[in-house]
Design a protein around this ligand. Sequence first.
Ligand code: BGC
Length: 696
Amino acid sequence: MTHEALLALLDDMTLEEKAAQLAQIPMSACLGGVSEPTGPMTALNLTPETTALCGSLIADGVMEPEGYASVVRALTQAHPHHIPPVVMKDVIHGHKTMFPIPIAIGSTFEESYAESMARCGAREAAAMGAHATFSPMVDVVRDPRWGRVMESPGEAPALCAKMGAAMVRGTRNGDISKRDSLAACAKHFAAYGLSQAGQEYSPIDVSRAELYNTYFPPFEACVKAGADLVMPAFVGLDRVPCVCNGWLLEDILRERMGFEGVTISDWDDPGQLRNHGIASDLKEAAQLCIDAGLDMDMMSFAYLPHLADLVREGAVDESRIDAACLRVLELKNKLGLFENPIKNDSAAYASSVLGCGEIREAAYDAALASCVLLKNDGALPLASGVKVALVGDHADSRAILGGWTMDADRTQTKTLKESFAADPRVSLVSPEEAEMILFAAGEREQDTGEGASKTRPQLSVGQMDELRCLYSLGKPVALLLFCGRPLILTDAEPMCAAILNCWFPGSEGADAIRALVMGDQSPSGRLSMTFPRAIGQIPIHHDRLSGARPHLDGECYYNRYIDESSDPLYPFGFGLSYTTFALESEIVEETLAPDHPACIRATVKNTGDRPGAAVIQVYAHLRRSTLIRPRRQLIAFRRVPLVPGEEKAVDFALTPEMLILYDAQGRAFMPDGICDLAVGMDAAAPMTLSIRCRRI
Ligand code: BGC
């Protein structure tokens, strides 16, 4: 449809019809049929007429293509202008075939894995009837107590920005009208990861300078990559909830970032304004949200019954409804829904896509690349023929997929035991008979994700007891760790000869872990979040702002704890390999000016006897400025696969965007002066190079 045709359509619509386009209702309410009010429809006060007018359906159960297609067809048919509903769904790390969780994808330090995860998830979910996904989640996360760290690519803004943009590209595939593409929604705008004390749905308090420097950049990257929707976070900024924060939704998102797509609330977020005591009822909530620039109301039923009345009463300007409705119609138009409201209703096509070889292979590759070897006293890889005990909660479990796996096909997921038992090189025995023990333990799937905040992110008491027992047998114990967040391993670590952090590795995880344990591949993941030594260190992250009195060994009135080191157990970016690398770096172009990037060259060589992938990381610190800056900050990275003896030179162009600072008014600047750089394999790498920056 042309833009003119969309405008003409908008012109033809009644106020009620336009307002209803801004409401998202549950698909489950419609599955009983849309011509008769059924149980869920009645409970939500939906009549068949109002249901047909609604702009969007959230797929709130397991998707089922024929049923979904028939609901979409029936609603489109019943709509006075035949406007189809857009079906949205959380496709976070795959749909039927699960990829490693996003924090694990962050650990690959390679955008192509994020893109392929999103691409495969979109292919599968579109085949099941979805049009849009609530992904990527690009909240910068620094607090392992918060369960939702599993959904983010990690603690570094640059990592979240790159991975988020790659996920937007993978989801959209260039053109969201394609049969196998989805529209992408960047969430949760902004700074949700700061929820106080890691407690879900708690308030946050953040300065504007921090927003501009740390929390906005990943969203800006997603907007640039073409994100179609943006979802405000459950939290508030400057004490105004994001869902009705006009500064955030209009001044920042639309004016500053140039976002032209649809803003959609998080689940019942307008309704929650009543819990804050900001709105006394849903009608007031609707007024606050629409006036602030929120286009669509997910599941709070504030917009559907009240927007039209608010306009008639003169409390809301109709132009607000028109602008929001036009954006929703434009999204539907980009999705090609006016021509074809159904992405797919062919069971044959769906079965050719779901869990197909190509998708499973991509999930396997991502799982291989995302596991992080945290410790290895030579226990791994296992020698062929060695007698192994494979024990622990996760040894024979299919629950290794992580959260957001409602639609996952678990029948396709092998357990570690099944995978190892099928390997002729392995003989599985009891711990007493074993030469080596693999202890597969960690968090349960349901202990991570939304609503899964913890005060003690660590192995359970039972798991620690089991580890002590195994350790007492006097044989090397390798911990295969499953988790959706950094765990505190300080007590467990001395009892482990090796620790392989598998995160939640997804549908192909068991085979990938076996390949790593057996040495078919070298581990190559690097930590996307810092692993603390103690709970009291949280939040701990590599890019903390500099303090007035930085740590000075042995000195009292300086940055320190009196009962614990300030260093993490494992720094951001850290990960071991079965091979070794030598890394050298040099300056190629020393000056960084507005239209002139600086350049550094890293030369990396595989000096061991196995293939492996090095992850070169560049950290920067501007020596002098009027604003406090991170002590160091990841600005660039590259994953480099190398066979033994192979050497590669990698050039990093350093652009102003990587170093720019923002003040509290959001003004960008770069001071004249020296910028120190560390080029290394983790965030503890020493600063050895420096470039010269020219003022912007
Ligand atoms: C979550 C969102 C999610 C939405 C829809 C909310 O509770 O915060 O991330 O997209 O539910 O499932």
